[in-house]
Design a protein around this ligand. Structure first.
Ligand SMILES: Cc1cc2nc3c(=O)[nH]c(=O)nc-3n(C[C@H](O)[C@H](O)[C@H](O)COP(=O)(O)OP(=O)(O)OC[C@H]3O[C@@H](n4cnc5c(N)ncnc54)[C@H](O)[C@@H]3O)c2cc1C
Length: 285
């Protein structure tokens, strides 16, 4: 990964770091640049410390630490992404988040040097981190929604607490059951489409109250199970998903005056969005 990042930076090639893609809606026009799939999968346990490469899946981190008798990362089972993607988003669930358990993150900085940054330097807030704001020195290609990563997450070290593996396993089972009951896991989605507003009802509760569950454009539908999820059926396009998300947002603004902010990330060439809708019904991609 380091070699590819340096290669792209040296030549000024726009790049995008891909974890598991579980937070992304990639344009039907694609991404013009180099997509680097992060596969750093080393892990080690040292006392109450757990080290994981950026490409390690959060579910694996949750089960590995359970077996090691370390509690704190159980919420990772609910996050279908990698350690790198979860640090980027300060992902969280079930009353915890990355900020609560991370000790430090190993980073490839924009100037090419590497550093181990302590948690205090990571700019963690609700679903936010410094990495969301570190822009790439590479040129921005018109239309690519994100300018590319200025800083690359290489690995993370977690500080956990000792606990009995049986108790932790029970907690993992609870989380598994909760997800199956409350989230549409059978169909592709990018998780919560909108951030929860700072005050008042959650985004899902607002969308539900507006009667938008089941609302559909093309192959994209507001989930009946969780109103803040948009699920994509076979043949759905990113254009369908974005049009539906825009419509939900406009409806909530018009009916209750709340301006929902996107949690999902629109990646790639979205130049000129919203695109004109063709007579067939789908927007022109
Ligand atoms: C069914 C479902 C349920 C979900 N539930 C939750 C939940 O409960 N809580 C929650 O917080 N999220 C949830 N999500 C959203 C998503 O899983 C998380 O945001 C996750 O952290 C994204 O990780 P990823 O590896 O898939 O990242 P990707 O989607 O691949 O990438 C996300 C961003 O991170 C950047 N990135 C990835 N790796 C690196 C790296 N090594 N260095 C720098 N930048 C990097 C990417 O460039 C991109 O900008 C859910 C998603 C789905 C589909």
């Amino acid at each position: 990964m380091r070699g590819l990042v340096r290669f792209a930076r040296a030549r000024g090639i726009p790049m995008f770091l891909l974890g598991r893609g579980s937070d992304l809606v990639v344009s039907d026009r694609g991404f013009r640049g180099l997509v680097i799939h992060v596969r750093a999968e080393e892990t080690r346990t040292d006392g109450t410390g757990y080290f994981a490469g950026a490409g390690v899946q959060m579910a694996r981190a949750a089960t590995e630490t359970q077996r090691a008798g370390l509690t704190g990362l159980e919420f990772g089972l609910a996050i279908p992404g990698t350690v790198g993607g979860a640090v980027w988003a300060n992902a969280g669930a079930h009353g915890s988040d990355m900020a609560s358990v991370i000790e430090s993150v190993d980073v490839l900085l924009a100037d090419g040097s590497e550093a181990r940054l302590p948690v205090a330097d990571l700019g963690f807030a609700y679903r936010d981190s410094r990495f969301k704001h570190a822009s790439s020195p590479a040129p921005v290609i018109p239309g690519n929604a994100t300018p590319g990563p200025g800083e690359v997450i290489v690995a993370a070290t977690f500080r956990l607490e000792p606990a009995s593996p049986e108790q932790i396993r029970e907690r993992l089972d609870e989380i598994r059951r909760w997800r199956q009951a409350h989230q549409p896991l059978g169909l592709p989605s990018a998780g919560s489409v909108f951030r929860n507003p700072e005050a008042g009802p959650s985004a899902g509760a607002l969308i539900d109250a507006a009667g938008l569950k089941g609302h559909r454009i093309g192959g994209a539908t507001v989930s009946e199970k969780h109103a803040n999820f948009i699920v994509a059926e076979r043949g759905a396009s990113a254009t369908d998903v974005r049009r539906l998300a825009d419509e939900v947002r406009a409806t909530i603004r018009a009916t209750v005056g709340v301006d929902l902010q996107f949690e999902v990330e629109f990646v790639g060439d979205w130049a000129g969005w919203p695109w004109p809708v063709t007579p067939g019904g789908s927007a022109d991609a």
